[in-house]
Write a protein that binds this ligand. Structure first.
Ligand code: ADP
Length: 541
């Protein structure tokens, strides 16, 4: 063949025909006259096989019954429009094709030319696009529902409505486990108006498709409900055809099932199930949200209750404290005067009748004087205790070391008498009331001196810096305190010894506690009998 011949017009046409991306076949009298390579590839039938066949039946086997007829009428020219069909070709591949034909009249009779266009990938991407856009629409609708206010049931119902549309369903329902009634309870359902069918309010756990999906955690789908082994007779009677049940999961936990019913055949294709699974996730999120909100409500309700009780108790306490303080103040203040009169007169009695009274009488008078002194001390301490909250005691930056030195100087005689040594480390400045802090320090030091053990008192003051407060620690080598009394000693008038053993009224530590707490700190003791004590208190930084 010359180069001219090679590039001649008929040759070019032949090459076009051979290499065309469109499958072409020429048919005369229901027999193949010509087929090109693409036609072979689409149908999966070798060219020789087609060309040697006496009919085109071999091609027809690729089509379903309905499309076979359409193809034949296209080839005969009795049908003009094109055909789109899904075929199963001879090598087992599913393909989507578009068929266009034209018929040419020859003197020998008509010749049909069929063009087969492989639109499999086109269709796939179209379907994909369709899926995406349906999914997107559903997601937008659901997101809208979720962000708008409404009760959980209302929202679920709206989501189900969207779902019923997306999945071409007549019924969409949500069921959750109900432990009281031992079954899957319907929370909400969207039912199309065309079918008057009420889904059962409660389904036993182990019955039907819903039960299976719930127990296995896997979707159960049928497009031929009556033939499904788990179909229920009363539901079959309704004429239901397609059912899909999806488990609703939050993490690994199955929280319920999404139930879809349709009276049409083949409703739940793979594509549809893909759309639905996204909605199932959204409902899972809703369920979780509802559970959290409920738990939160319960918790906040409990908190509110507890808070109200606490507030009421605090108000009661404040009222009774105020009453008590008022009483203590009035009593101690008003008692001072008659007490002074009593002790003055007893003293007068002792002086005036010194020579006329016998030793017993003098002893009684001494008792009376001692008792009134004790009562005077008690009243005085009670008065100072009740005044802690009342007095005008402003907070300022104070040098605690000065307060320590002041307290030591106030206790000079007791320190000298006991031979005590008092040491201290680095002492910070704090925001406090100088007079009151001096009183605390003095009370603690005076106790450490008073409750000394066999050796002379050794007292050390140490300050530790904590995150947002200072901790002051007063350690001594005194008699110590049994752990069971560690709290009691901070209560008013509580003492562990008789007055003859150790002087005092039992108000010193309660005063310290009241002052420290008023400053926003706390006070406590660590101690073992015979091993000394450490009194700690904290003050905010
Ligand atoms: P008072 O010193 O007037 O008895 P306080 O309220 O100061 O009252 O102390 C209450 C009790 O706590 C004391 O009676 C004593 O039993 C015990 N106590 C306090 N400080 C010490 C201490 N440093 N060592 C041992 N016991 C102590």
């Amino acid at each position: 063949m010359t180069s001219d011949q090679k590039t001649s017009f008929p040759n070019m046409l032949q090459a076009l025909y051979d290499n065309s991306p469109i499958g072409v076949c020429v048919i005369e009298n229901e027999r193949f006259l010509m087929v090109n390579k693409q036609f072979e590839s689409i149908t999966g039938i070798p060219a020789e096989q087609m060309l040697s066949s006496v009919t085109i039946d071999i091609l027809l086997t690729c089509f379903n019954k309905r499309d076979r007829k359409k193809l034949l009428s296209l080839l005969k020219g009795t049908r003009k429009s094109q055909l789109e069909s899904s075929i199963l070709n001879h090598i087992g591949a599913h393909k989507s094709i578009r068929v266009v034909t034209n018929t040419i009249e020859y003197p020998t009779g008509p010749i049909a030319i069929a063009y087969f266009l492989d639109i499999t990938s086109l269709q796939k991407s179209q379907e994909e696009l369709q899926t995406r856009s349906v999914e997107l629409e559903a997601q937008i609708a659901i997101a809208n529902i979720l962000v708008h206010p409404g009760t959980f049931e209302e929202k679920v119902k709206q989501v189900l409505k969207v779902l019923a549309q997306v999945a071409n369903s007549d019924i969409a329902a949500l069921r959750v486990p109900d432990e009281i009634h031992n079954g899957l309870r319907m929370v909400a359902a969207a039912v199309t108006e065309s079918k008057a069918f009420a889904p059962a309010p409660l389904l036993p756990y182990n019955e039907g498709l819903a039960g299976q999906a719930f127990l296995t955690g896997k979707p159960v789908v049928t497009n031929n409900y009556p033939s499904h082994p788990l179909a229920m007779p009363q539901v079959i009677d309704t004429g239901l055809q397609s059912v899909a049940v999806l488990p609703i999961k939050v993490g690994n936990e199955i929280r319920g099932v999404l139930h879809l019913n349709s009276w049409k055949h083949n409703t739940y294709t793979k594509e549809t199930m893909k759309h639905i699974s996204g909605v199932a996730d959204a409902i899972g999120a809703l369920l979780e949200n509802a559970r959290l909100t409920e738990a939160e409500h319960e918790r906040s309700y409990e908190l509110l209750n507890a808070n109200q009780i606490l507030e009421a108790q605090a108000a009661d306490l404040a009222r009774s404290n105020a009453d008590l303080e008022q009483f203590a103040y009035v009593a101690s203040h008003d008692l001072q005067e008659p007490l002074r009169v009593v002790s003055n007169y007893v003293q007068l009695l002792a002086n005036k009748y010194q020579n006329q009274l016998d030793t017993d009488a003098h002893e009684f008078i001494q008792y009376a004087l001692g008792a009134s002194k004790q009562m005077y001390d008690l009243i005085n301490d009670l008065l100072s205790y009740s005044q802690i909250g009342h007095a005008d005691n402003p907070l300022e930056i104070i040098n605690v070391e000065s307060a320590i030195l002041q307290a030591i100087s106030n206790l000079e005689i007791a320190i000298e008498n006991s031979g005590a040594s008092i040491t201290y480390g680095k002492i910070p400045k704090v925001s406090a009331n100088y007079v009151q802090i001096t009183q605390v320090i003095q009370n603690l030091l005076s106790n450490a001196l008073k409750f000394q053990g066999a050796d002379p008192p050794r007292i050390h003051i140490e300050v530790t810096s904590l995150e947002n407060r200072w901790r002051f620690s007063f350690s001594d080598n005194g008699i110590g305190i049994e752990p069971r009394f560690h709290e009691r000693i901070f209560m008013i008038f509580q003492r562990l010894h008789s007055r003859s053993q150790y002087a005092g009224t039992g108000v010193g530590l309660p005063i310290c506690k009241k002052i420290i707490e008023r400053h926003g700190g706390s006070i406590w003791v660590e101690s073992i009998p015979d091993s000394g004590s450490v009194f700690h208190f904290t003050l905010p930084k």
